[in-house]
Write a protein that binds this ligand. Structure first.
Ligand SMILES: [Zn+2]
Ligand SMILES: [Zn+2]
Length: 258
């Protein structure tokens, strides 16, 4: 048994009623959190998620709505007397930045009481998280325009999309993208679920792209601002009957059985 739990579905715009985008993958022997943005510990309390039930955290990229809650999440784990080590899945290019962020937040491994295992990944290499979970990351264009501004040659502009294998299911999780072109990143694979953000890509493009892919069981929209809710619901409502049955707008607290 495995499921996805949408801890948050908000874009980078902070909301009083919704959390920043984060998904908890629960399987029989491993719980993987995808992204730990600003406010993640409060989101955990809201949904009664045990901080120490998390075995690993996968960070898609370093925008604050996806990443800056990591240090405070680890602080909570320490306060709740965590003993088992925490796996951190992070692109190899971002590993040192994340490591420094944690040590600059005074989260020294020997003071935490538990280890942090950096499991860095590179593009196109399948990473085994557990018996039931593996993933492949591919770089998307989300940070391409930011990279043009770069004044620090050491800085990485890595943002990944993922093909996740969870049990017998395959999930394409876009994370944040640059444009609809990134929706084709895993065209050489078939997947059961497409979870796409809708802040940097038009939902219409997602539907157009997926309409002929009859192997997709469900399309899930996430990462949207409060002011997008009415329009997006209207858009889904106006889809034809067949499409409407497999497109959903994720809400905070949504659980999807795989
Ligand atoms: Zn974002
Ligand atoms: Zn982003």
């Amino acid at each position: 048994m495995a499921d996805l739990f949408f801890v948050g579905t908000s874009s980078g715009k902070t909301s009083t009623t919704r959390n920043h985008s984060s998904i908890l993958i629960s399987t029989t022997n491993y719980n993987l959190l995808i992204d730990a943005g600003d406010g993640i510990p409060k989101a955990f309390l809201l949904y009664n998620i045990d901080f120490n039930s998390i075995d690993g955290v996968l960070i898609t990229h370093l925008h604050p709505d996806h990443y800056t809650g990591l240090a405070s999440l680890i602080v909570q784990m320490k306060m709740y007397n965590r003993e088992k080590s925490l796996d951190l899945y992070i692109n190899a290019e971002l590993k040192n930045t994340v490591k420094n962020f944690l040590t600059d937040s005074y989260l020294y491994p020997d003071r935490l009481g538990f280890g942090i295992e950096y499991r860095s990944f590179s593009e196109n290499i399948s990473i085994d998280v557990s018996e039931e979970i593996s993933f492949i990351a591919r770089k998307n264009s989300h940070l391409a325009s930011v990279s043009e501004l770069k004044d620090n040659s050491e800085q990485s502009f890595s943002c990944s999309s993922f093909l996740l294998n969870i049990g017998s299911r395959k999930i394409f999780y876009t994370s944040d993208v640059g444009s609809e072109k990134d929706l084709s990143l895993f065209d050489d694979n078939k997947y059961d679920f497409l979870i796409s953000e809708i802040t940097h890509v038009d939902p219409k493009e997602i539907i157009n792209k997926s309409e002929n892919d009859n192997f997709i069981r469900q399309i899930i929209f996430t990462h949207y601002s409060d002011e997008d809710v009415v329009e997006t619901k209207k858009f889904i409502n106006n889809l034809n009957k067949d499409l409407k049955s497999w497109v959903i707008l994720a809400v905070d607290g949504l659980k999807v059985e795989l």
